[in-house]
Design a protein around this ligand. Structure first.
Ligand SMILES: Nc1nc2c(ncn2[C@@H]2O[C@H](COP(=O)(O)OP(=O)(O)OP(=O)(O)O)[C@@H](O)[C@H]2O)c(=O)[nH]1
Ligand SMILES: [Mg+2]
Length: 307
């Protein structure tokens, strides 16, 4: 029997959801960083599950989601909606928590939401590589499973999305919980994201990783041009910031910051296309863009009209 279905990866911001998705599909499809609210879209990653004789036995479509957090503005509201949609769409869940911290209110709230669905939950305690003491490990495991008292459809696993520890157990556990179903994706596809979207996300990752404090949450990327000619790929992207002062920071002394972002982004985009990448980045000020619904829509960061 061929099984298939959707598994949403849920959790608070910064727990390692996107890192886990990348490891599971074996390819970097979601950007990651140490800053909260890194993920802004639901990103699908496909894992093709085979049996001992390498015969296809199923397909798991993982949905990475933005971390659930308190909605502070229109962007925050959209991120929460994205995660909530995943609750209804998915067949089962991975809830990611950080084993290096005790459970907080946010974890309790998410646990409540997933239990209300009655669907299977795989609770993964991530970042176990940073918690060497077995005693604390046991204590944390008990504290987190206590959020699921008497919930029958629960399994728990300690993992490290970073080192890969125990990750091979995840598809094994989940495939059994999925219904009989079709093969939604070809054997060679691992994501539904288009190159254009991935390009914007890669640029944003490089901004997040090269800047600090006020910049990270205040940047949006718009791909103005994406032209593939027989001998090159021309990409022009705008980096929108909230305030004039941020523009200077993002450009850096003599343009050093934007240059570094551009170089790193180009290197990461290159494997996605067939010809040499020419990347042109421009910083623009767009005041209060995080509250500007038409602008958010134009970047695919708000629900389309009528929904
Ligand atoms: N030590 C350690 N760090 C990890 C592990 N998994 C993820 N991280 C780090 O945790 C940070 C957050 O990872 P992400 O994958 O971006 O987290 P996220 O849950 O997708 O975050 P949002 O998209 O903001 O909700 C990054 O700095 C990762 O490198 C792990 O197993 N061990
Ligand atoms: Mg993420």
């Amino acid at each position: 029997m061929f099984r298939s279905g959707f598994v949403a990866i849920l959790g608070r911001p910064n727990m390692g959801k996107s890192t886990l998705l990348n490891r599971l599909v074996g390819q970097k499809i979601a950007i990651t960083s140490g800053v909260v609210q890194t993920t802004r879209h639901r990103i699908k990653g496909v894992v093709h599950v085979k049996d001992k004789n390498s015969k296809a036995k199923g397909q798991i479509i993982f949905l990475d989601t933005p971390g659930f957090s308190k909605a502070m503005d229109k962007l925050g509201e959209y991120l929460t909606t994205e995660s909530q949609t995943a609750l209804t769409e998915a067949d089962c869940f991975i809830m990611v928590v950080d084993i290096t911290e005790p459970p907080g209110k946010g974890d309790a709230w998410i646990a409540e939401q997933v239990q209300a669905t009655g669907k299977f939950v795989l609770l993964v305690l991530n970042k176990v590589d940073r918690l060497p003491s077995p005693v604390t490990r046991q204590e944390r495991r008990e504290a987190y499973t206590a959020l699921f008292q008497d919930y029958p459809a629960l399994s728990t696993l300690n993992i490290s999305a970073q080192t890969g520890k125990n990750l091979e157990k995840i598809p094994e556990t989940l495939i059994r919980k999925l219904p009989e179903g079709p093969s939604y994706y070809d054997e060679d596809s691992v994501t539904d994201q288009r190159i254009r979207e991935m390009t914007a996300e890669i640029i944003r990752e490089k901004v997040l990783r090269n800047t600090r404090e006020e910049i990270p949450h205040s940047v949006a990327i718009g791909i103005e041009k994406f032209i593939e000619t027989p001998d090159k790929t021309l990409i022009e992207a705008y980096l929108y910031v909230d305030q004039k002062s941020q523009k200077g920071m993002l450009i850096g002394k003599n343009g050093s910051m934007i240059k570094a972002i551009g170089t790193q982004a180009r290197q990461a985009i290159q494997p996605l296309v067939d010809t040499p990448v020419h990347l042109d980045l421009q910083v623009r000020v767009k005041e209060n863009w995080r509250k500007d619904i038409p602008f958010l829509k134009s970047l695919g960061l708000a629900p389309p009209k009528g929904s």
